[in-house]
Design a protein around this ligand. Structure first.
Ligand SMILES: C[S@@+](CC[C@H](N)C(=O)[O-])C[C@H]1O[C@@H](n2cnc3c(N)ncnc32)[C@H](O)[C@@H]1O
Length: 228
């Protein structure tokens, strides 16, 4: 298989999306539904702690649907979108019998009216894109988020990806591991005030009920923003 860099720098969007659809075939083998479901429960807890679990949520890059399923079980009506038809087939299987609706769409051009969601979120999606595209994606997510609605996304935790981090080249490292300040500035430019950063899921501990201090070694870190 052709090797690609982890983070995209821009250029032709249809080419990029075709590339990501191919990449999904690799991603879909990783992680597994159970892990993503635990992660979704953790995300739902953070949504509840920082806002409300009522209303409509949009998940960008829904992948196999484990996160969407857990978030919908916590109370939100979730719309999950993805550019990958394969991902949507898998998600459909995982989300049967829940309040999750699935659609093929790109996060850069959402087929939804302004302000139509209470919560928008993405799990393991934002790191795929270079800063310019991250801003475009967050701005489009901001468009469909109602005023005072919430944005949540996660980024890799340098603590748990230390080897990857240390062995990355400067440019790739800067793109794949943005600093907290860079992300805060990006969220601000996209119209969100940052209201918190929360450690995410712990890969080897299935319970969502572990204390936050232990989560400093969590696989990812969730950023939470409020739409201005
Ligand atoms: C690493 S996977 C994460 C899947 C899922 N969120 C999870 O945590 O299990 C990234 C997902 O984002 C999707 N994706 C990539 N670019 C996208 C875009 N522009 N719009 C919507 N989905 C996209 C991919 O097809 C893939 O399903």
């Amino acid at each position: 298989m052709k090797q690609h860099s982890e983070t995209h720098t821009g250029g032709d969007m249809s080419g990029l999306e075709a590339h990501l659809v191919e990449r999904y075939k690799v991603w879909s083998g990783w992680g597994g539904f159970a892990y993503k479901h635990v992660k979704g429960r953790r995300l739902a807890r953070i949504i509840g702690q920082t806002g409300s679990l009522e209303g409509r949520a949009l998940e960008v890059g829904v992948g196999p649907g484990g996160v969407a399923r857990a978030v919908s079980e916590a109370g939100l009506a979730v719309v999950g979108i993805d550019v990958s038809p394969d991902a949507l087939v898998t998600a459909r299987g995982h989300c049967t019998g829940t309040a999750v609706t699935l659609a093929r769409a790109s996060g850069f051009s959402l087929p939804f009216p302004d302000g139509s969601f209470d919560v928008v979120y993405g799990s393991q999606v934002l790191h795929l894109f270079a800063p310019k595209l991250r801003l475009a994606l967050l701005t489009e997510l901001g468009r469909v988020t109602r005023r005072s609605g919430r944005l949540l996304f996660d980024m890799k935790n340098v603590a748990t990806h230390l080897m990857q981090y240390l062995t990355s080249t400067g440019v790739r490292r800067a793109a794949a591991y943005p600093s907290r300040q860079e992300l805060v500035a990006l969220m601000d430019r996209a119209g969100f005030d940052v209201i918190g950063r929360y450690p995410g899921v712990l890969p080897r501990l299935p319970s969502a009920d572990v204390p936050d201090w232990l989560r400093s070694v969590a696989h990812t870190q969730f950023y939470v923003g409020r739409r201005r």
